[in-house]
Design a protein around this ligand. Structure first.
Ligand SMILES: CC(C)(COP(=O)(O)OP(=O)(O)OC[C@H]1O[C@@H](n2cnc3c(N)ncnc32)[C@H](O)[C@@H]1OP(=O)(O)O)[C@@H](O)C(=O)NCCC(=O)NCCS
Length: 177
């Protein structure tokens, strides 16, 4: 069992009975307007949970955690880890917080402790994140964590009915303090 936690939060593998709490913040289409996954029903959340990898660190898989605030024991967001390719050295991260829990440093904390785990415990070499250039909060989150902007792809993703740009941020193990 992986233990990724800080003083304020802990990460837990997503489970089927998390569906209602996840639906509440993930269905908020304004907050999540740059995301591909905006569920319209609990069924869509159930499908999202069902396709989660059963084991952490499996090649070519996404593993989804929920972020739990220790004080309330409630789910305040989620964090996905994409294990890219078959060589086992690269990951991509994605993080979502409920609107109510933004602006308090929870995403920075969840990402920081996960990055630490991936570089130090699993010896990953490079971590990336792919975001919409208009997603200012995410850009600030990544830059706060010292990710570097590596690429800007023009209209490379079709999300929520339109072609959008995609920027890729990267961080190497050798750059992580
Ligand atoms: C991306 C996202 C998770 C970032 O959330 P966030 O709340 O901005 O980031 P954090 O939780 O790290 O909070 C940082 C803010 O809290 C403040 N803060 C307060 N207490 C803090 C603490 N103890 N530590 C760090 N920051 C703290 C920071 O100053 C910062 O405020 P600012 O934005 O005014 O500068 C959020 O915007 C989101 O869920 N967006 C929708 C989903 C999405 O598009 N995800 C992108 C896919 S990667």
């Amino acid at each position: 069992m992986i233990r990724i936690e800080t003083e304020r939060i802990k990460l837990k593998p997503i489970e089927s009975n998390d569906n209602e709490q996840i639906f509440k913040y993930r269905s908020d289409s304004e907050t999540n307007k740059y995301q591909g996954f905006i569920p319209k029903s609990l069924d869509e959340v159930d499908a999202f949970i069902a396709k989660n990898a059963t084991e952490f660190n499996q090649p070519e898989s996404w593993f989804q955690f929920v972020i739990i605030e220790k004080k309330s024991n409630l789910i305040i967001g989620d964090l996905g880890v994409h294990f890219i390719g078959n060589d086992g050295f690269q990951c991509e991260l994605g993080c979502t917080l409920s609107k109510k829990h933004q602006g308090k440093g929870f995403a920075t904390e969840a990402m920081k402790t996960t990055i630490d785990y991936l570089f130090k415990e699993l010896n990953k070499h490079r971590i990336t994140a792919s975001i919409d250039p208009q997603n200012i909060n995410s850009i600030q989150l990544l830059e706060r964590l010292h990710f570097r902007k590596e690429a800007h792809f023009k209209e490379s993703l079709f999300i929520n009915g339109k072609w959008v740009d995609d920027i890729v941020y990267g961080l190497l193990k050798s750059e992580w303090k």
